[in-house]
Structures are given as structure tokens and as C-alpha cells.
Design a protein around this ligand. Structure first.
Ligand SMILES: [Zn+2]
Length: 327
């Protein structure tokens, strides 16, 4: 029996019975938190499968599960709270599980947490500030930010560099634990290449510093501007490296991947399923290809809401949804 099953079982109501197929049934603790009346017919069921454990409420439909190699997700923590487990006990268990997860990954693939060197911006780089007298390239960069719904007061920092390589680009800095470890510089004209000039380090995940402890979800997108719009993280492409997965898992949050609507996005969904992460493919207009497109059309608030409410954890449902999302 795993530490997770053991802990959950220790908080189950005393009044319970075990069926021949292995279900432990008891009055479900979830329903009153989900707008239903208190269960009195022992419709809450818990079953151990291997070292994992699943809970299913046959009254309000609440489900939660944990499998070895995964973090203790939001729903499992919620279940423990419903069962009146104290918060510090839940946190202790989360950390314990996390240590186990990291141990397993490290043993299997010898993946270590990446480290990132501090870097310096090129000469003549300045932080962008609103400037009504801005002219030329600087004005073009400000205009580009407005067009992409990026705001100077949105909690992120933006830079501009007055040298021939960078002056027509918006520089989005990469921070890790408060240190500058790289950047990406986006060309402001849509028809020019390369679109991005990137200074980065292996394993880097954009936006980790913004994933504060009180946040329940961590939204994973491909591009950094998508990540800014929903205060998520970006894997800087469409493939999750093992080091990136480690950095994201150790946040100990419900991870929701939002794939771009192209062939690379498909592979990203497969990876997300393997990692046990959720995937969100909301009911957006067919020409909304990524988070930024949706923000352009409907704004940040709607986009965030649609992403979170479409999050799906069942691999089967994710695969069904893929057909519509990718067309
Ligand atoms: Zn329930």
C-alpha cells in the first residue's frame, strides 16, 4: 500500500463497508461542497489499484485519483480536505509524493534539475516604459505591444535594445528565481524572418517565477506571449524536455497543457497524456490557433476561463477532443 492510499484511508469515515470487488464505500464527503445534499447512502467509493488509488462519488460525480510517479493533484488534495485532513498533513503528503516522483524520474532517466547561468542584456537595452513622444523603432515596438494585448502594467517586464540587430524587436526577458537567464526578441513586422531571436539555456521554462504558491493551476503553452496572457508557463516550442517536465512537476500544481492547433500540437498532447497532465482544447472559433488568437478576439479573462473550464484529464476524452481541435 502506498503512502497516498494509506493516508486517504486513514481519514475515511468510520462507518464504511468493503465490497467483494474491492471498493470501500462510505458517505461521500464531497457532495455538500458541490452544491448537492449530504450523501446518506454510502455513495462515495474508494478503490486501490496497484499502488494507486481512485475515488469516485456516485452522488455528485466528483472524482479524484493518484498513480505512482504523479504528483498529488488538486482534486486529491480537495478530497483530503473534504475528509477533514488538516492542511499541514496534506502539504506534508504532497511534498513526500513529490520527492518520490523526483526520485523515480532521476533513477529512470538520470534527469537532474537544470541550472541556469545569469546572463546580461546586449548593450543599449532599456526597459520599455510608456512614452508618448516615442518615435521610430521604439514607437513601433510600443505599437506592437498594444496590438498583441501586452500591457506595461501586467506584471511582466519588456525591453528594447537600440542596436541594429534588435531595434525592431520586442525583447521578452527570461527570469529564473529572479535572475535574467535569457530572452526572446520578437520582430514587430509580421512578414520578416527570423521571427524570434532567442538567447536561452537547455531545460528553460518561461514563467516559472510567476507560478506563486496560491495558484492552483499551471497552464502550459508553447509560446511565451501565450504564457503571459494567462500567467502560465511556456516550454518555448512544442516539445517538453524531461528537465522541463521536472521543473513543471515540482510546482506541485494541476498542470493544463494548451496545444497550438497544428501538427506539432498533436505530439504535444501525446506527451502531456504520458506525463499525466491535463489538456485543454476549448470550444474556440476554428481560426483561433493559439491562446494569443483567442485573446485578440475575446480578451484575457474569457481566454483564461475557457482554458480552465475545458481542462480534461481522461486520456480517452482528450483523444476524442483532439479530432475537433486539430480538424
Ligand atoms: Zn459527492
Amino acid at each position: 500500500m502506498s503512502i497516498v492510499s494509506e493516508t486517504v484511508i486513514s481519514y475515511l469515515p468510520a462507518k464504511r463497508k468493503t465490497t467483494p470487488s474491492g471498493w470501500i464505500s462510505f458517505n461521500a464527503p464531497c457532495c455538500v461542497h458541490n452544491g448537492e445534499t449530504q450523501d446518506t447512502k454510502q455513495r462515495g467509493g474508494l478503490i486501490e489499484n496497484g499502488d494507486g488509488v481512485s475515488y469516485h462519488c456516485f452522488n455528485c460525480g466528483f472524482k479524484a485519483s493518484w498513480q505512482p510517479g504523479r504528483t498529488l493533484n488538486y482534486k486529491m488534495r480537495k478530497l483530503l480536505r473534504f475528509l477533514n485532513a488538516p492542511d499541514d498533513e496534506i502539504n506534508r503528503l504532497s511534498l513526500e509524493v513529490l520527492r518520490l516522483t523526483e526520485g523515480v524520474e532521476t533513477q529512470q532517466h538520470s534527469v537532474k534539475l537544470p541550472t541556469f547561468e545569469t546572463v546580461q542584456f546586449p548593450d543599449n537595452t532599456i526597459e520599455i516604459a510608456e512614452d508618448p513622444c516615442a518615435t521610430g523603432d521604439y514607437e513601433a515596438v510600443l505599437e506592437y505591444m498594444r496590438k498583441r494585448n501586452l500591457y506595461l502594467d501586467d506584471g511582466y517586464r519588456y525591453y528594447w535594445c537600440n542596436n541594429p540587430v534588435y531595434k525592431q524587436r520586442l525583447i521578452v526577458p527570461f527570469y529564473y528565481e529572479g535572475r535574467l537567464v535569457g530572452w526572446t526578441a520578437r520582430i514587430v513586422e509580421s512578414d520578416r524572418n527570423p521571427r524570434y531571436l532567442m538567447e536561452t539555456q537547455p531545460g528553460f521554462v518561461f514563467g516559472l517565477d510567476e507560478q506563486r504558491p496560491q495558484k492552483i493551476f499551471c497552464i502550459v503553452s508553447e509560446g511565451p506571449i501565450d504564457a503571459i496572457h494567462v500567467e502560465g508557463v511556456s516550454i518555448m516550442g512544442s516539445e517538453i524536455s524531461e528537465q522541463q517536465a521536472l521543473l513543471i512537476n515540482r510546482l506541485n500544481k494541476d498542470v493544463i497543457v494548451v496545444p497550438d492547433r497544428d501538427s506539432k500540437g498533436r505530439a504535444l498532447v501525446e506527451q502531456a497524456i504520458e506525463l499525466g497532465w491535463q489538456v485543454s482544447m476549448p470550444e474556440w472559433d476554428a481560426d483561433c490557433k493559439d491562446i494569443s488568437d483567442c485573446v485578440d478576439r475575446h480578451g484575457r479573462l474569457y481566454t483564461l476561463y475557457s482554458v480552465v473550464s475545458a481542462a480534461e484529464s481522461s486520456p480517452l476524452k482528450i483523444k476524442l477532443r483532439m479530432k475537433k481541435w486539430f480538424g
